[in-house]
Ligand binder design. Structure first.
Ligand code: GDP
Length: 474
């Protein structure tokens, strides 16, 4: 079903739903016989001939199902905050990104393509840099969902921590091929057997000790065994035999999205199959557009991107929702069909689900026993919004309640000022700007606008604010 969906360029769920309506119940990984596959293909105006799919109108558009091209593995590094993910990635890229991070934590998902000499061949590897801070769990999850290989990073001097265990659970539950890297082994007075014992508690035992896992001792700082780690990733991905059909239209996942003042909606995407070109029509969620520009991980404009690439694309009329599947489609007619399907399926975005739905503008003015803080959140990206909302949800709210009236990406604008005035809300900006005229207006109206660059600071501010509102208990 999954392969059929790729070939037909329709969402897997659409095929599963259609078959279900025909009385055939299937799952995404299920192999169906040729008669069922043919019926599905026919429903979407395709014909299946042997192992190839031809469109009815254009038989020259033959796509070979069997012969895919090798694609680079997408690697995600998991680890507790401060265990060295950024330093490891930095060491792999041999540049220095660690000093550019605001507050020292990686705040958004970024993909890096690197080349590694693996015996006689130069292998491409794609690394996703996902934030370690607990607030960004949705972003980490997106990184994990699209990755082929995981590196579980454990600091030798700290051992297994909450996010390490979370990562182990995720890796095991989703059966992601992984390599364990014990980091910071350059440090003195280490007892590595403690870390190995902790790992063994989760059934992670080195293959040299008759286990099934690959555990490497590295130092991201000194570069010790980094080459060995990259070799192991190449070996593992060769075993996985990762393929893409670069003759087909691209499909993949929206990792991040935001609004750029000059360029409009920007989507950071990872391509899982096929190829993407400037001029292609791309659909995701309930938005679609023609690709105006593609930017690679170095910020250079390119015309063409193949599977496993992580690129920024420009051309969506509005920002697509992070975490959603995207696909390139052939015609407007198809895009309208797909969009309708998507809208049906995603009537509510994940973010809206996380928002406090009980609270409407009317109910804000209701006198309730609870003290309430109304918030308007403006952030740089969808991922940041999710991270903020997820974090706010963790704050106990039995005495003071946070109501998020709106959470969108972009600059703080007139609309936010209007909403803040009518609803008596504080405006919380995260990595976002405010124009001088808007800022002046806000001052005149005596609005509370707070801007942050680090999520810890934002949370600290709100927690203090809530504490100040609490009645003193004797
Ligand atoms: P992240 O939060 O997982 O991205 O961790 P960072 O890469 O920001 O590293 C956190 C701290 O650990 C920084 O001060 C790094 O210099 C330090 N660090 C990372 N890797 C190593 C290592 O291999 N050895 C030592 N001694 N320190 C390291």
């Amino acid at each position: 079903i999954e392969q059929l969906a790729y070939k037909l360029n329709v969402p897997e769920a659409a095929i599963i739903t259609w078959l279900f309506l025909q009385g055939v119940s299937v799952t995404i990984n299920q192999v169906v016989d040729i008669s069922i596959a043919s019926q599905v293909a026919s429903h979407y105006d395709f014909t299946i001939l042997d192992s190839s799919i031809h469109t009815k109108e254009n038989h020259k558009n033959k796509i070979d199902i069997i012969n895919g091209q090798k694609r680079a593995p997408i690697v995600v590094i998991f680890g507790h905050v401060d265990h060295g993910k950024t330093t490891l990635l930095d060491s792999i890229r041999k540049t220095n990104t660690v000093s550019h991070e605001v507050g020292g934590i990686t705040q958004s998902i970024i993909g890096y393509e690197v080349e590694h000499q693996y015996f006689a061949t130069k292998e491409q590897l794609v690394f996703l840099d996902t934030p370690g801070h607990q607030a960004f769990s949705s972003m980490r999850l997106r990184g994990a969902q699209v990755s082929d290989v995981a590196i579980l990073l454990v600091a030798a001097d700290d051992g297994l921590k909450k996010q390490t265990i979370e990562a182990i659970d995720y890796i095991m539950n989703n059966q992601i091929p992984y390599i364990v890297a014990i980091n910071k082994t350059d440090k003195l007075d280490l007892n590595l057997s403690i870390v190995r014992e902790q790992l063994a508690n989760y059934n992670i035992v080195d293959q040299n000790m008759y286990g099934n896992s690959n555990i490497i001792e590295i130092s991201a700082l000194t570069g010790k065994n980094i080459d060995l780690l990259l070799n192991q990733i190449c070996e593992l991905s060769n075993k996985l035999s990762l393929k893409s059909d670069n003759n087909s239209l691209a499909q993949g996942t929206i990792l991040e999205s935001y609004l750029d003042k000059q360029m409009g909606a920007v989507a950071n995407i990872v391509i899982k199959n096929g190829a993407l070109k400037v001029g292609h029509t791309i659909v995701s969620g309930n938005t679609y557009g023609r690709i105006k520009a593609i930017m690679d991980h170095t910020g250079s404009k390119i015309n063409y991107a193949i599977a496993s690439s992580v690129v920024n694309i420009y051309g969506f009329p509005s920002i697509p929702e992070a975490g959603l599947h995207f696909q390139v489609i052939k015609s407007e007619k198809n895009s309208k069909y797909l969009i309708n399907k998507y809208i049906h399926k995603h009537t509510e975005s994940n973010i809206n689900k996380s928002l406090n739905k009980r609270i409407t503008l009317d109910s804000c003015s209701n006198k309730s026993r609870l003290k309430q803080v109304n918030l308007i959140i403006k952030a740089d990206t969808q991922g940041s919004i999710e991270a903020i909302i997820n974090s706010l949800a963790q704050i106990p709210q039995d005495k003071v309640q946070l109501n998020i009236l709106s959470a969108t990406s972009g600059c703080i604008c007139h609309k936010d000022i209007d909403l803040a005035t009518t609803s008596k809300s504080a405006i919380i900006g995260f990595n976002t700007n405010i124009e001088t005229t808007i800022s002046k207006l806000a001052k005149k109206l005596d609005l509370n606008i707070q801007k942050f660059e680090v999520i810890y600071d934002l949370l600290e501010y709100l927690q203090d604010y809530m504490l100040n509102l609490m009645d003193i208990e004797y």
